[in-house]
Design a protein around this ligand. Structure first.
Ligand SMILES: NC(=O)CC[C@H](N)C(=O)O
Length: 362
């Protein structure tokens, strides 16, 4: 038997954890972030919002239900949130190479290998997470002993240009025509729109859609710093002038806010989990939501035409905004879940209702 190569996770503050490789043997660098969801690794790994990030799972055993079949359903991957693994690397405590699930096709390790993404197990991810919670998300690298690599900050790049599609694509034949600005969209957003009688016109992040025929605009989730998406913000401003319905999710929330003149900032260690409580403004209703973000809207910078729609009950950060008189709203959390709780999926119904109302008025 060949000796496994020595491999470490190195943080920018010098902390070093030794692990064992179960993915692709290749050194990489990125931003180290942790997530606390207990399930949903196929969805998380294929979520384009994780581009450039090394993901740390606090749940101790990962891999036991394998990886699902790579099936296409009307042009969309049925069990993945995009066509490929987007994380830069995966850090877990205990890897289960044996797996069992009715829909499993292969092991997580084999999937990482064929995706050329490194994965380490045998790391005390809870100790690591405590460091990230105290010091904040940090740059880090997965380094094999014979392949040194430099630290790299993905947030200095416009990652949306990497995660977005290159050419317009249309899905479905529904009666509501929705332009979907793809900043790195998760498939379940497309599924949720198609389930509600929409035709989805998916366009690249910087596409000028003024000449498209559409009833409403959806701004997707996506990776990186929202301040790098000025072109998308400029296009959103044009839609706001037309007063057509707009809904945004996660990065989409941040971009809508920036188009409205508000500011965004980076959280210390972000929210990445399935159990984030958010309070709906003006009510006592609390929803448990799925989240994956490092940046957030500063609600104090919203103009008087706008208001906070949801607020996080754990840390009081903004979780969504809405215009006071026009049909524009967005959420920092993920109503499409996938994975995670589906309690807020009704927000897609509200977006479609805004479109119905808008068409009636026109
Ligand atoms: N899931 C997302 O859209 C993430 C948005 C943004 N990249 C952030 O980290 O805050």
């Amino acid at each position: 038997m060949t000796q496994a190569k020595k491999v470490s996770l190195v943080l920018e503050d010098g902390t070093r954890f030794e692990g064992k490789s179960f993915g692709y043997d290749h050194s990489i660098a990125g931003e180290v972030v942790f997530y606390t969801a207990m399930t949903g690794y196929p969805e998380s790994l294929t979520d384009p919002s994780y581009t450039g990030q090394i993901l740390v799972s606090t749940y101790p055993m990962i891999g036991n239900y394998g990886v699902p079949h790579d099936l296409l359903d009307e042009g969309i991957h049925a069990h993945y949130e995009s066509h490929k693994v987007h994380i830069s690397g995966l850090i877990i405590s205990d890897y289960s190479s044996e797996y069992s699930h009715w829909n499993a096709q292969k092991s997580l390790g084999d999937w990482l290998k064929e995706s050329r993404v490194p994965g380490l197990y045998g790391i005390d991810t809870r100790a690591l997470t405590k460091i990230l919670r105290v010091k904040g998300s940090m740059l880090g690298k997965i380094e094999f002993e014979d392949e040194p690599v430099d630290f790299y900050d993905p947030n200095k790049e416009n990652l949306v240009a990497i995660a977005s599609i290159q050419k317009k694509e249309v899905y479905g034949k529904g009666q509501h025509k929705v332009v979907l600005i793809d900043c790195g969209v998760k498939n379940n957003i497309i599924r949720c729109l198609l389930d509600r009688d929409a035709t989805v016109i998916r366009v690249p992040w910087d596409y000028d859609f003024s000449n498209e025929e559409y009833d409403g605009v959806f701004i997707s989730n996506g990776p990186g710093d929202p301040a790098r998406c000025e072109k998308t913000v400029a296009n959103i401003k044009k839609v706001m002038d037309l007063e057509k319905p707009i809904m945004g999710i996660c990065l989409g929330n941040q971009l809508l806010a920036r188009a409205a003149g508000a500011e965004t900032y980076k959280l210390k260690f972000g929210h990445r989990s399935h159990n984030q409580p958010v309070l709906l403004a003006g009510t006592d209703r609390c929803f448990i939501t799925s989240q994956n973000h490092g940046y957030v809207v500063d609600p104090n910078t919203l103009s008087s035409d706008w208001e906070a729609l949801f607020t996080n009950v754990n840390d009081s950060t903004n979780e969504g905004i809405r215009h006071k008189s026009k049909p524009f709203f967005s959420t920092q959390f993920h109503p499409e879940a996938s994975s995670g709780p589906v309690d807020t999926e009704y927000l897609f119904d509200e977006f479609i209702q805004n479109i119905v109302d808008f068409k009636q008025k026109a």
